[in-house]
Design a protein. Structure first.
Length: 277
């Protein structure tokens, strides 16, 4: 039970409030759970400052005095000894602060584009297919946020963008983005084209145009594919433009996270400046 300060003292591992945090070493909350976990002070603070609701914050005694004033009165605070935190989680954890966020209801692509239009955004939309590594997802989300990109479409076969590792690699910047889950990218691409977007797909094939030669239109959706196999043929065929990064002999490809950073920086920051040359 919470006291008048919306706090609860944790004294045993069976406390029901601990359910989101228990044995995290052997589990990762998936999207169907409705929860996700932010580890450490930075991610917890970014969760609290985001528009995601928060189930609770777990503080060990050593970090309580420093972090407690940052937590809104509406968010339950669970306080316990540091040694008990490690038993709860199932691994050594010395950062003293965790939080459980509540996932949002799924957002449609149409709603995300409407919100962008309201604020006059013209940055690219990022579309991911089969990006399986949570670190690659997190890196792409961090890059997107850094470049002012608002909307990222998470297609089939992709890692959970709010998994512990993805969120950690994104430095919590995933919480700033409009994340749209889409299991049929063909429909998403059709909707983007109908809204005036040019569909650009990354490809290593000989038909792809080199990045530095491309003069981009006003509205772009940029597709990135699986770490090993790239994008499937049906998505390449549905795209308007194929782009590639010119590489030195003997280097056949780049990590998808690195490639996304190069391409998105060019398309959102450099190409617009040379478009009218």
């Amino acid at each position: 039970m919470l006291d008048d300060m919306n706090e609860h003292r944790i004294d045993c591992l069976t406390d029901p409030w601990l359910e989101p945090y228990r044995d995290l070493r052997h589990k990762n909350w998936i999207e169907a759970s409705g929860w996700f976990i932010a580890e450490g002070p930075l991610l917890t603070e970014r969760l609290l400052n985001s528009d995601y609701a928060c189930h609770s914050v777990l503080l060990d005694d050593r970090h309580y005095a420093r972090f407690r004033p940052l937590i809104p009165a509406s968010v339950p605070v669970l306080r316990c000894p540091q040694e008990l935190v490690e038993r709860i989680l199932g691994f050594n954890f010395h950062r003293g602060v965790l939080a459980c966020g509540i996932r949002k209801q799924p957002q449609s692509l149409e709603d995300a584009l409407a919100k962008e239009q309201e604020v006059g955004k013209r940055t690219p939309v990022v579309v991911l297919h089969g990006v399986q590594d949570p670190e690659n997802i997190g890196g792409i989300l961090r890059t997107s946020a850094a470049l002012g990109i608002e909307t990222v479409v998470i297609g089939p076969g992709c890692a959970d963008p709010l998994s512990r590792r993805s969120l950690r690699v994104s430095m919590g910047n995933a919480l700033k983005l409009q994340l749209v889950r889409c299991h049929r990218l063909e429909r998403a691409l059709s909707a983007l084209r109908a809204s005036g977007f040019t569909i650009v797909a990354t490809s290593l094939g000989p038909a792809a145009e080199t990045l530095e030669d491309y003069r981009c239109p006003e509205r772009l959706a940029v597709l990135f594919g699986n770490e090993r196999h790239g994008l499937p043929n049906h998505l390449l065929q549905q795209s308007d433009v194929l782009l590639r990064i010119e590489m030195a002999d003997g280097v056949d490809s780049l990590n998808v996270g690195v490639a996304a950073g190069i391409i998105l920086h060019y398309l959102s920051r450099i190409a617009p400046r040379v478009r009218w040359e």
